[in-house]
Write a protein that binds this ligand. Structure first.
Ligand code: ATP
Length: 483
């Protein structure tokens, strides 16, 4: 973690101003239905040091254990953005005429006619691509899209992103229907300096997520240099995020990746204080590690959303039929005891007689939720309490909505938080929003350009906040290695 005073560098790109990325989202009802028993996969992701996963290193282990241990420790410590080689550290002499494999996150939502419903991720990839174009690189652009099961599926092809990329880059972008092999080799052979070639969905090969060594070699075979700009998948040790770094030198961070690390790592490592975190969303279980980390780092942690009711139950309050994780009540009790007044919980709640837009609603004090009713948003007193708490905050990190904001009747708390963040940003506070739903709420309120940083990676941003090493970052060259 950074030991420097946090001061985000100049914005590396625009990651804002889109409509809600809703196409692939669950409905609120589905989320509620999924609530019992299904635990988010975001908190059980791969982390830790990736060097020991490299088969090439396995044989060396016995003979060179001490050296490996030392290098593993070094890698663990060197995951800060400022320690990693950045694409902007590479000049024309490093890039001109070089074949640069760029891992971006072009996983955009598509409607049934293959129209892009939110191009945020494509726009976020542009600054790095432009930089490489301007410096005369030959760019091989790789990404995943959706969750193909076993081999190519037309609905998961990257073809729809090509016209939008061409438009945003102001140059014709080509595409091949594979990401490895002779077709790619032939197309790369024809690339001129400054041209971009999109490779087909890398997850059409199951070897990608398995981080298969031979597959990584094939991906790397058509390139000289690697740039990882896919923050959204940086918490996964996949062939295109981690595997290829063994075969391409230099391997550098892209501008978006760096910006994400600067903000998220910076915010939690050495924030401008007071530092207030707002954690919301449905379940305590999916955010518990984040809450614990933030209780150590932040001056105040405001808890909102469905998870409030597990804390309320822990306080012995009536919660009616609100969302409660019974197996987390004891944990909530412990957190409340150890955190003291650092945790701020809502003081009133909007209740509903059913989980539906047309439900009967009322506002009650926390603890007064009657049987048969459920809390679906924070009330006006709680909004005021949050606004007062944020009034002098210098850094605010927000992850997870305050209520079921997908339904208008229960969206006021979430939008009030979004507006408050926009207001304090104007006064100089650093505001950071991560997590798919809170980002969607900010975008829906058209406040995207009034927040300091909107993270493009839900799972990755949570893991970074939790203090975990992101394999896709750890594997990149350290600056001193390149120098
Ligand atoms: P994502 O998982 O997309 O990254 P996130 O991290 O912002 O989003 P989640 O933890 O997934 O947030 O929770 C968001 C969901 O929580 C929303 O669908 C919202 O409707 C739901 N939610 C918020 N408050 C409540 C509540 N009081 N009762 C039930 N569900 C709630």
């Amino acid at each position: 973690m950074s030991s420097m005073t946090f001061a985000p560098r100049a914005s590396a790109g625009v990651v804002r101003g889109s409509s809600r990325p809703s196409a692939s989202r669950q409905t609120p009802t589905a989320r509620l239905a999924a609530f019992n028993g299904v635990v988010s996969d975001r908190v059980s992701c791969i982390h830790g040091n990736v060097m020991f996963q490299a088969p090439a290193l396995k044989g060396l282990r016995a003979a060179a254990r001490p050296a490996l241990r030392a290098s593993r420790n070094a890698t663990r410590q060197v995951t800060r953005a400022e320690d990693k080689l950045n694409v902007a550290d590479l000049g024309k002499s490093d890039l001109e005429g070089k074949r640069v494999l760029v891992r971006a996150d072009l996983n955009v939502p598509l409607d049934k006619d293959q129209n892009i419903t939110d191009d945020t991720r494509i726009r976020a990839a542009i600054p790095t691509l432009k930089y490489l174009v301007e410096n005369g690189a030959k760019i091989l652009l790789t990404s995943h899209l959706g969750r193909p099961k076993n081999g190519p599926e037309d609905k998961f092809r990257l073809t729809p992103v090509v016209p939008r990329l061409s438009e945003l880059l102001g140059t014709k972008v080509e595409k091949v229907d594979d990401c490895i092999g002779p077709e790619v080799e032939a197309a790369v052979g024809k690339l001129q300096n400054g041209q971009v070639l999109v490779l087909e969905n890398v997850r059409f090969y199951k070897e990608e997520t398995a981080n298969d060594v031979e597959f990584a070699k094939k991906l790397a075979a058509n390139a000289d240099v690697f740039v990882n700009d896919a923050f959204g998948t940086a918490h996964r040790a996949h062939a295109s995020t981690e595997g290829v770094t063994r075969y391409l030198r230099p391997s550098a961070a892209g501008l978006l990746l760096k910006k994400e690390l600067d903000y998220l790592d910076g915010a939690i490592s050495n924030p401008k204080r007071p530092f207030v975190a707002i954690v919301g969303g449905s379940k305590v279980s999916s955010k518990i590690d984040v809450i614990k980390t933030l209780l150590e780092k932040a001056d105040k942690v405001i808890i909102v959303g469905g998870m409030v009711f597990t804390f309320d139950k822990a306080r012995g309050y009536g919660v009616g039929s609100s969302l409660v994780e019974d197996d987390k009540v004891d944990l909530a009790k412990e957190l409340l005891q150890s955190a003291g007044d650092k945790i701020i919980l809502p003081t009133d709640v909007i209740i509903a007689d059913k989980f539906a837009e047309d439900a009967k609603t009322d506002t009650v004090q926390t603890g007064d939720v009657p049987d048969g009713w459920m809390g679906l948003d924070i009330g006006p007193d709680s909004v005021k309490l949050i606004q007062d708490t944020l009034a002098d905050a210098q850094t605010v990190l927000w992850n997870g909505p305050a209520g079921v904001f997908e339904m208008e009747a229960f969206s006021k708390g979430t939008f009030a938080i979004a507006q408050t963040l926009a207001d304090i940003t104007k006064k100089g506070a650093i505001t950071i929003v991560g997590g798919g739903d809170s980002v969607a709420a900010v975008e829906q309120a058209n406040l995207g350009d009034q927040i300091s940083h909107i993270s493009t990676g839900g799972g990755a941003s949570l893991e970074l906040i939790e203090g975990k090493t992101l394999p896709g970052v750890a594997a990149l060259d350290n600056q001193k290695v390149h120098a």
